[in-house]
Design a binder for this molecule. Structure first.
Ligand code: 4NP
Length: 161
């Protein structure tokens, strides 16, 4: 079974929204997928998502208030079939900490959006609430692309992997 871990820096803004978007898409398409998110950093471990992330998810009918931040672990590289980084720093940190027996396919989130391959999801944490609407649009587009890739019997290769 496919399983997807989204990884950003803090696991309070971008990756929880990506997790929520793919959970909603998987439910809509009745896909049997394990979906989680994690951060490369540990500053917010155990906390719920940023209130602005909770608010944008709520505006789209999704409750992410019970999500709890966690840090990515070496075991994640074997447990998940796909690990999806939100930006290039996240991706290079993942490559740095990947154990030798890692089996997960690594990609950037926007590799799953046609025409935006290789691009990063800007961190909305430092900006205003409008930035979270941009993030939401990006993670929902990627969720649709990723769900399509995971159900395609002959998926095209991911640019980053
Ligand atoms: P995220 O945003 O990586 O999208 O969750 C951030 C949240 C917190 C911090 C950095 C990025 N921080 O430095 O605490």
């Amino acid at each position: 079974m496919n399983s997807v871990l989204f990884v950003c820096l803090g696991n309070i803004c971008r990756s929880p929204l990506a997790e929520a978007a793919l959970r909603a898409e998987a439910e809509r398409l009745r896909l049997d997928l394990t979906i989680e998110s994690a951060g490369t950093g540990d500053w917010h471990v155990g906390e719920p998502p940023d209130p602005r992330a909770q608010a944008v998810a709520a505006r789209h009918g999704l409750d992410i208030s019970a999500y709890q931040t966690r840090q990515v672990t070496p075991a994640d590289f074997r447990r998940f079939t796909h690990i999806v980084a939100l930006d290039h720093d996240n991706l290079s940190n993942l490559r740095r900490i990947a154990p030798a027996d890692a089996t997960a396919a690594l990609s950037l989130l926007l590799d799953h959006v046609p025409g935006r391959e290789g691009q990063a999801v800007t961190d909305p944490w430092f900006g205003d609430a409008a930035g979270f609407d941009v993030t939401w649009a990006e993670v929902t587009a990627a969720a649709a692309g990723l769900a399509g890739r995971l159900t395609d019997p002959n998926p095209r290769p991911v640019a980053t992997a």
